[in-house]
Design a protein around this ligand. Structure first.
Ligand code: AMP
Ligand code: MN
Ligand code: MN
Ligand code: MN
Length: 286
């Protein structure tokens, strides 16, 4: 709630067609308004290309939505892929532009290697197929997944990952992402806050998750995601207790990629008592 007693809905993690989201920036901001979201962060994988068109769409239609310019940076820590969200970044800052350009090249190189591996496994045309789904956006495994479902290699995106794209499977290529420290530093240089994305989704034991959180905090990380719309029972409470333990602010976001039955913009997003919301530190906190 804000000082007038109105409930403000923050959704601080979402994707557009600039990476592996299905909706265009225009359609995403319109949907956020329809879902009664007040503050939306667009956090595409290693790109900020969706921000300017979203801002323009909000201005053109005079939408009642505060846009937070964000990004989700892929990093490697202990050989595990960890995602770091940047919130309120100056998205044209030279340092962030430089890092995202390098990440984009890594994505393109990895895409070629993924397609080569699939080709060897008698699945031709994967690069062209994935690029068709990416429509000029930043290429991700999500686009390969859509191609493989289209080719009837699996029944669902989740199945494709299990069968082809997860670590150790036929189409998996070890990525070359930047480090957590590099991602945090660049987000700070661009004036933003660094948030550890979806901590419970890395498949880490409690011991390793705590090790990650301690490291993220030591590196100067500001916050961690505590609330998502789909979480195991007690996960939110546990993550909130970790946020306190490791001195991190708390964030929340749907990680919306496309309209579907179980994940929606703004849905079930609230923070347990005892954590400090990441947005309370913003100069323009609504
Ligand atoms: P990338 O950053 O190119 O490795 O692609 C990662 C993206 O693939 C994630 O952001 C998700 O959108 C999607 N993804 C990863 N693992 C899964 C999974 N098991 N099921 C469905 N989507 C997944
Ligand atoms: Mn994604
Ligand atoms: Mn992620
Ligand atoms: Mn995401």
């Amino acid at each position: 709630m804000n000082e007038t007693g109105r409930v403000i809905i923050h959704d601080l993690h979402s994707h557009t067609s600039a990476s592996d989201g299905v909706l265009s920036p225009d359609a995403l901001v319109q949907r956020a308004v329809d879902m009664r979201v007040n503050v939306l962060a667009i956090t595409d994988h290693d790109t900020v290309a969706g921000i300017a068109p979203a801002r323009q769409a909000i201005a053109d239609a005079n939408l009642p939505l505060q846009l937070v310019s964000g990004v989700e940076i892929s990093t490697l820590w202990e050989n595990i892929e960890i995602h770091v969200v940047g919130l309120n970044i100056e998205e044209t800052h030279p340092q962030i532009t430089h890092l995202l350009r390098a990440q984009s090249e890594r994505r393109q190189q990895r895409a070629v290697l993924i397609a080569e591996r699939l080709d060897k496994a008698k699945i031709p045309g994967a690069l062209e197929g994935a690029m068709r789904h990416a429509q000029g956006g930043e290429i991700t495994r999500g686009h390969f997944a859509r191609f493989l479902v289209e080719e009837k290699r699996a029944n669902s995106i989740a199945d494709v990952f299990k069968k082809y794209l997860a670590k150790g499977k036929t189409g998996y290529v070890a990525p070359q992402w930047c480090t957590i420290q590099q991602a945090i530093d660049v987000i700070h240089q661009a004036g933003g806050q660094a948030v550890l994305a979806h901590p419970a989704r890395y498949g880490l034991s409690a011991k390793w998750l705590k090790r990650l959180l301690a490291y993220f905090s030591e590196c100067g990380g500001d916050a961690m995601e505590v609330a998502q719309c789909q979480q195991a029972p007690n996960e939110r409470t546990l993550l909130a207790s970790y946020a306190r333990q490791f001195n991190l602010l708390a964030s929340q976001g749907s990680d919306f990629h496309q309209p579907c039955a179980w994940i929606e913009l703004g849905r079930k997003l609230w923070l347990p008592a005892g954590v400090e919301p990441v947005w309370l530190r913003w100069a323009n906190c609504p």
